[in-house]
Design a protein around this ligand. Structure first.
Ligand SMILES: NC(=O)c1ccc[n+]([C@@H]2O[C@H](COP(=O)([O-])OP(=O)(O)OC[C@H]3O[C@@H](n4cnc5c(N)ncnc54)[C@H](OP(=O)(O)O)[C@@H]3O)[C@@H](O)[C@H]2O)c1
Length: 240
């Protein structure tokens, strides 16, 4: 996949799966902006991992659910690299909390990050894409939306909404802007203190690079006919 001339934003790109995606896009020739929310050290390490210079890599900390942060992000990226042609919406919060104890604040935080964030970033891409360019949006889904379990109603609802948003974006962008969703299965990734794993460690796990490889394929500007799809990268854990 040759992404030279492409400009990518990867939200949630400062760690784990998002970082592997950003690195894959960067190695393929795209200029890349990584977005995290608050962890400056993780963002700096991610930029070091990419190994580029300021002419090819950017890092930003912001809340993707904040319209007043997302609009200037696209302005800065456009001013530095040019218009965004690849958008990966990977930012997510996935706390576990029993449904009857779920606060409105917790619900809103998760929905704002996963679903509202993808709406705001995608809308900026749609508004700013020059008429003579194609673009790809890749939304990172969650297996829990397809195989629901307990204590994650907000995540399940938001990730299910992301599948619907993906289809809506594919319809809106037909012929010019592709939108697809990639759903990772159980991926071997670092968890923060207190962050639980929704799967057993003895299950066979995928890697962040497994997900990144699929995102790369869906970002290929030469591949313009696949859109509106949800693809599971889960080693057969879920077969729609
Ligand atoms: N890991 C798995 O097994 C698995 C399985 C299925 C689906 N997924 C999906 O894959 C994606 C990546 O998962 P992961 O485990 O690799 O991620 P992760 O380690 O939990 O990292 C989350 C990333 O999102 C950023 N982020 C969180 N809230 C944000 C916000 N409001 N605005 C901007 N950035 C925000 C974080 O930045 P800070 O660090 O600065 O907060 C970080 O870069 C997620 O969408 C997740 O739902 C993962």
């Amino acid at each position: 996949v040759d992404l030279s001339g492409e400009v990518a934003i990867v939200t949630g790109g400062s760690r784990n799966i998002g970082l592997a995606i950003a690195a894959g896009l960067y190695r393929a020739g795209a200029r890349v902006c990584i977005v995290g929310r608050s962890d400056r050290n993780a963002l700096d390490r991610a930029l070091e991992t990419l190994g580029g210079d300021a002419a090819s890599c950017l890092g930003e900390l912001l809340h993707v659910g904040d319209e007043e942060a997302v609009t200037p992000l696209f302005e800065r990226v456009a001013a530095t690299f040019g218009p965004v042609t690849i958008l990966v919406n990977g930012a997510a919060e996935r706390p576990h909390v029993p449904f009857s104890e779920m606060t409105l604040q917790s619900w809103n935080d998760v929905v704002e990050t996963i679903l509202t964030g993808a709406f705001l970033t995608s809308r900026e891409l749609f508004r700013r894409l020059p008429d003579d360019r194609n673009a790809a949006i890749v939304n990172i889904g969650g297996l829990s939306a397809h195989r629901p379990g307990r204590d994650r109603a907000h995540v399940i609802a938001a990730k299910s909404g992301l599948v619907g948003l993906t289809r809506a974006l594919a319809a809106e962008g037909q012929g010019r802007i592709r939108a697809n969703a990639i759903v990772p299965g159980a991926i071997d990734s670092d968890r923060r203190p207190g962050q639980s794993r929704p799967f057993e460690m003895d299950e066979s796990l995928g890697t962040c690079d497994d997900v990144a490889g699929t995102v790369l394929a869906f970002s290929n500007p030469a591949d313009v006919y696949v859109t509106g799809q949800t693809v599971h990268v889960s080693g057969g854990r879920f077969m729609p």
